[in-house]
Design a protein around this ligand. Structure first.
Ligand code: MG
Length: 282
């Protein structure tokens, strides 16, 4: 069981392009600040488009034992026993208390299958191309491609057709109850879930557990699929990307901006955030 965090501080972080370098996937530059947060007892909670098993592999590398949010907010995984009580709305599965916001992958595969005739030859799915196909599409090695293909709540789709037809395709998916997110290379087809909604739910769970203090969170991200969690956190840290523009936010305050991309920018921003909360850590 976890002891109460006296400061009430929480960090929610995107992985690719934020904690991990966009090109090398290294987190090396963030390591000193990760260790500092660990010493202070501030949980670092991964929030990613990655699958549960991809995030688990990364958590092992980082020595991270905190809850995490997978597949763009489709589900939150809290290690069983992490809080004194099992949070409402969760189910126990494989050693986690799991809160789900999206239907399982088969539902979205069914929707995609129902559009097969109308969009014949215009798209391909991870499920259809298999591990070999995922390796070819992503450049991942076999082990990593297998983890990327073990999706629980969403399907990755590569659009092959004309750009104008893609909008028709997305509309057809939405008409069948799917939510479609454009990632760097693939369309992600899932239910109506978001990183922001998942963050808000998990924050409430922490607040209920940490009655001695007021939770104060930082959300860290670099791209469009991070916007909703960057908007709802008390403070957000925007990480510069070598690949694309900074996401545009509606909020005017509580924004930290990295001067350098990736994990170096992550470390820089976390350092500034901790400085701003020194009174809580004294
Ligand atoms: Mg990212």
């Amino acid at each position: 069981m976890r002891v109460d965090n006296a400061a009430g501080l929480l960090v929610f972080t995107d992985l690719d392009g934020s904690l991990l370098d966009h090109h090398s996937y290294s987190h090396q530059a963030a390591l000193p600040q990760l260790r500092r947060l660990e010493q202070l007892g501030v949980p670092v909670i991964p929030v990613s488009s990655k699958t549960r098993q991809e995030i688990e592999a990364l958590r092992r590398q980082l020595g991270n034992t905190e809850p995490f949010i997978a597949e763009n907010g489709a589900a939150a995984f809290i290690p069983q026993g992490y809080f004194a009580q099992q949070p409402a709305g969760t189910v126990l599965r494989d050693g986690y208390w799991v809160r789900e916001w999206a239907a399982e992958r088969d539902v979205w595969l069914g929707v995609l299958t129902s559009l097969e005739d109308e969009f014949a030859g215009e798209y391909e799915t991870f499920s259809a191309v298999g591990v070999e196909g995922v390796m070819a599409l992503t450049g991942l090695d076999r082990a990593a491609a297998e983890l990327a293909n073990r999706r629980d709540y969403s399907e990755q789709v590569r659009w092959l057709g004309e750009r104008a037809r893609k909008a028709v395709f997305v509309e057809a998916l939405q008409g069948n109850g799917a939510s479609v997110t454009q990632g760097g290379r693939f369309l992600s087809v899932s239910g109506n879930c978001s990183k922001g909604d998942a963050l808000c739910w998990l924050r409430e769970v922490y607040q209920a557990a940490w009655q001695e203090c007021t939770v104060c969170d930082l959300a860290i991200g670099d791209s469009a699929n991070d916007i909703d969690m960057l908007e709802v956190a008390h403070t957000c840290l925007l990480i510069r990307s070598p690949a694309h523009e900074l996401p545009r936010l509606q909020r005017q305050d509580g924004i930290l901006l990295s001067t350098v991309p990736g994990p170096a920018g992550w470390a820089e921003g976390v350092d500034r955030w901790l400085q701003n909360h020194q009174e809580k850590l004294a």
